[in-house]
Design a protein around this ligand. Structure first.
Ligand SMILES: Cc1cc2nc3c(=O)[nH]c(=O)nc-3n(C[C@H](O)[C@H](O)[C@H](O)COP(=O)(O)O)c2cc1C
Length: 506
């Protein structure tokens, strides 16, 4: 019978406990009798011995250190580099979260403009738990497809209506959560690609403006950039922002999928003097925005506030939220109908959405995922007979063209992605956005780390990502036998059937 072999930590630590002082003594004697240079090793092992004694006899916070001394540190070390080990060595191409290597590779290859074809067959599931697109036996031709356009504000006959020509936009990420090079690379890439970029809720710093792209100014619950002392709207500042030629739309953020019910969170580590001044906040603590807008206490007040922002800005005004309760949303829609005030768009964020920083339980356990929320919101708007009064956008891990077309078939008219664009910038999913230590210089203000993010190179990647996404959108659209994005609907989807997967997964 084969002997079972297990690592006996206690035995190893006994060897270490005995070995460290023994080596100290050996090198001391060697230094004394042979060469003085051995004393360097004497000092080294003496320090190790003393630290080991500290771990085992003095500190009381960590049972593992008390029991195993230095050996336990080895475990902590392995634990700290576990994500990297798993990412590079042990996880399969489809296992990683939030984005598998297969999903990320597609974005990397699109953004580097290299052949995005794969070989042998799909690595995804075909077990009925996923949405699939239904192709047609009679595909149409890309050359015959109607070019995509979507005009925000046309329902209100706005002079400043805003038209996009690609069904994908850069979702909100503030300067603060992102470093300045990342903001500039995204902004330059947005200009080259001809897509708008959302500023996120951190106000409107110069980095968004200096690259000349179209901007959607986001007003979060803290209203950075346009707030009064008491947190209410500073109309004059909003008016000034709205008059900037680059600002094409205003977005009032009520919540985001990664932390619905909570305001924005910028950890202390990421607050530079510039950001503190920009937002009017202290540098010595996390910046936590209020959970809601002071003006928006019920559906009527919320709708009146939307109308006020529309009047002040004279621009298309959207609202962003993650769906919690359908009944609350229906009540809001009815208030819109009562007041005849409709936002120009709703940006629906799924619970699976990303963030620079959020409490873990909010990320994991709160909010409705996009594939459940999107058809529900689309349906409520239809039932209340107001579907044609506004545009509907969706976000939540929609980083690949197929997933984006699925969202467009479930009622969305365009998609937002944040992390898709982070991956295009070279994000390696190190999951350290909240620590100011992003190894590729995207979510950090450390100049040494930002150095690696070349604005020109990465802006090309952003552009390529958009160009190749849109190329695939048209290819997929025509394979469904459609000629226009307006023809997409649930009929061109195979809905998930497997039990236990809810509305299914992407
Ligand atoms: C680094 C980072 C910062 C973000 N900052 C904001 C923000 O300021 N305002 C906001 O509404 N959403 C913010 N989001 C959420 C995104 O805009 C988006 O709604 C969400 O990540 C879903 O899109 P995705 O799955 O394509 O990333 C942030 C997301 C990330 C990853």
């Amino acid at each position: 019978m084969a002997a079972s072999w297990t690592v006996n930590l206690e035995k190893i630590s006994r060897v270490v406990n005995f070995g460290l002082p023994a080596l100290t003594l050996v090198f001391f004697l060697a230094g004394y009798f042979s060469s003085f240079y051995f004393h360097f090793l004497t000092v080294f092992f003496l320090l190790m011995t003393l630290i080991n004694i500290f771990y085992r006899r003095v500190q009381k916070d960590h049972a593992l250190l008390t029991n195993f001394g230095w050996v336990a540190q080895g475990r902590y070390l392995l634990e700290s580099i576990g994500p990297e080990l798993r990412q590079y060595l042990f996880t399969t191409d489809t296992e990683e979260r939030p984005f598998s290597r297969v999903e990320r590779m597609e974005v990397y290859r699109k953004s580097k403009d290299i052949d995005a074809s794969s070989a042998f067959g799909s690595q995804l599931e075909f077990d009925g738990g996923e949405y699939k697109l239904r192709h047609s036996m009679y595909p149409t031709l890309v050359a015959e497809a109607e070019p995509y356009t979507l005009t925000f504000g046309e329902e209100r006959g706005l002079a400043e209506a805003y038209t996009i020509t690609k069904p994908v936009m850069i979702s909100a990420m503030s300067y603060g959560s992102l470093g300045k090079n990342a903001v500039r690379a995204l902004a330059r890439g947005a200009r080259k690609a001809g897509v708008p970029m959302n500023t996120g809720e951190g106000g409107l710093p110069k980095y968004h403006l200096m690259e000349g792209c179209d901007l959607i100014f986001q007003m979060g619950t803290a209203k950075f950039g346009c707030r009064n002392e008491d947190g209410s709207l500073h109309e004059g500042r909003l008016r000034e922002i709205a008059r900037l030629p680059q600002v094409k739309m205003i977005e009032i953020k009520f919540s985001q999928g990664a932390k619905p019910g909570k305001g924005g969170l910028l950890p202390r580590e990421k607050i530079t003097r510039e950001i503190a001044e920009l937002r009017g906040v202290p540098m010595d603590r996390d910046v936590i925005s209020p959970p809601s807008h002071v003006e928006c206490t019920d559906p009527d007040a919320t709708v009146r506030f939307i109308g006020r922002v529309q009047d002040i800005s004279e621009l298309p005004v959207g609202i962003k939220f993650c769906l919690g309760r359908e009944a609350e949303f229906r009540a809001l829609v009815r208030a819109m109908a009562r007041h005849q005030i409709f936002p120009d768009y709703i940006a629906l964020d799924g619970a699976e959405g990303g963030t620079g920083a959020a409490p873990k339980s909010f990320m994991d356990d709160l909010g409705i995922p996009i594939l459940t929320a999107l058809p529900a919101v689309h349906q409520i708007l239809k039932e209340e007979e107001v579907r044609d009064r506004l545009k509907l956008l969706a976000a939540g891990k929609l980083i690949n063209p197929g997933k984006q077309l699925i969202a467009l078939s479930l009622g969305a008219q365009a998609v937002y992605t944040a992390r898709g664009f982070m991956l295009a910038l070279g994000c390696i999913q190190a999951l350290t956005c909240n620590r100011n230590t992003c190894p590729v210089g995207i979510t950090t203000h450390n100049p040494a780390l930002q150095r690696g993010l070349d604005i020109e190179v990465k802006s090309e990647r952003v552009k390529n990502y958009v160009v190749n996404l849109v190329h695939d959108h048209y290819e997929l659209l025509t394979s469904l036998g459609k000629r226009s994005f307006r023809e997409l609907n649930e009929d061109n989807l195979l809905l998930p059937t497997a039990a236990g997967t809810g509305r299914g997964r992407l």
